[in-house]
Design a protein around this ligand. Structure first.
Ligand code: NAD
Length: 343
């Protein structure tokens, strides 16, 4: 393992040494390993150091950097991207999107509670009654459900909306109310939402406006994998919110569910704070790393048998996550982008 790799997550080198791990510098490791595990995608410099034909797994998001894909192809590296993992029962223990969304959903509520100039819980005191904060969660997938659960634990009243009908029961089972909008469900493949038409989104925005205006806190988590996030909260809606209200946009990095959010920044518009989050799991590194490392370990168990990197291309998890292999691009959308010369 790279010396110091656990330090930022509070896992000390000594603990690894005690467990029998050899610690080396990154250059030595990259050039001498048959299989490499990373959190972030490898850089071009790192790819240049890797031995030809080796394997690498990371949170690669292949369509984001085509130069990197070209470099991986050229060096005949077998690269896997865990964000492409097919969502089947057998792959749940490897699902980094779920494990990191759990962290994000929880942290989003804490950020909102910290920013809100109000209590989350109901208080009945001699000095008066404080009503509970009203939280609206848009998108009730893994992060959204965790946000609902956390906001409920803090005593807020929670309403939530999702375009998938399956989310209704899950929202209700966490003690939140499901916002019913007169819109058709947008179920996609593998439990995901499908990409919505501009007409659908326009109608959704018309209907959701009064819910947004009534909320103290809005947490948006609506993403469409590999595509720009849909705009759910407009500037006009923000203008109708009460002074001191807070929006936490978990989709800020993929374009934003609120049209005013900026990734990594908190902007204030008309007394409303809009927190555009960026890599939220890294703000809770200990448990984010604990979960991510288990995801990676399970994946490694699948591609390495008896100490040898031997990916089985009959396995749908291997096929689904593989981006490059033996000098070819195996991921369809990335191949199309490369052939189209988009970048
Ligand atoms: P995601 O991060 O892709 O999206 C977040 C949520 O936003 C989703 O629930 C989506 O339906 C919703 N959304 C999209 N557009 C919206 C819009 N315009 N308005 C409101 N909501 C919108 O999704 P996710 O959290 O990664 O997971 C989605 C589903 O997949 C969940 O039901 C989850 O339980 C399921 N899942 C299955 C497996 C498995 O079977 N192995 C693993 C993980 C998750």
């Amino acid at each position: 393992m790279q010396a110091g790799a656990g330090a930022a997550s509070l896992f000390a080198d000594e603990a690894y040494t005690a467990a029998g791990v050899t610690l080396l510098d990154a250059t030595t490791l990259l050039s001498s390993s048959g299989f490499i595990c990373k959190v972030q995608p490898p850089t071009l410099e790192e790819v240049a150091l890797m031995s030809e034909g080796c394997g690498v797994v990371s949170y690669l998001q292949p369509t984001a950097d085509l130069d990197l894909i070209r470099a991986l192809v050229q060096r005949r590296i077998t690269a896997f991207s865990l964000d492409l993992l097919p969502r089947i029962t057998r792959s749940q223990s490897m699902d980094v999107l779920s494990s990191q969304a759990l962290v994000s959903g929880y942290r989003a509520v804490l950020l909102a509670a910290e920013q809100l100039p109000k209590f989350f819980p109901l208080y009945m005191t001699a000095a008066g009654t404080v009503p509970p904060a009203k939280v609206l969660v848009l998108g009730a997938g893994v992060a959204g459900l965790q946000a609902i659960a956390t906001a409920r634990r803090l005593g807020a009243t929670v309403r939530a909306y999702d375009v998938r009908t399956a989310a209704r029961t899950e929202v209700k089972s966490l003690g939140a109310a499901f916002v019913e909008l007169e819109l058709e469900a947008q179920e996609g493949e593998g439990g995901y939402a499908r990409e919505q038409s501009e007409d659908f989104l326009r109608r959704q925005r018309e209907l959701i406006g009064k819910e947004v205006a009534a909320a103290d806190v809005v947490i948006t988590t609506a993403a469409i994998p590999g595509r720009k996030a849909p705009v759910l909260v407009t500037e006009e809606m923000v203008a109708k919110m009460t002074l001191g209200s807070v929006i936490v946009d978990l989709a800020a990095e993929s374009g934003g569910n609120c049209e005013l959010s900026r990734p990594g920044e908190t902007v204030e518009v008309g007394g409303v704070a809009i927190i555009g989050v960026k890599n939220l799991p890294s703000s809770m590194p200990l448990h984010a790393s604990f979960l991510y490392s288990r995801n990676i370990a399970e994946f490694v168990g699948l591609v390495i048998k008896e100490g040898k990197f031997t990916p089985n291309f009959d396995d749908e998890i291997i096929v689904g996550t593989c981006v490059t292999h033996q000098g070819e691009v195996r991921h369809g959308p990335t191949r199309e982008l490369l052939e189209g010369g988009t970048q």
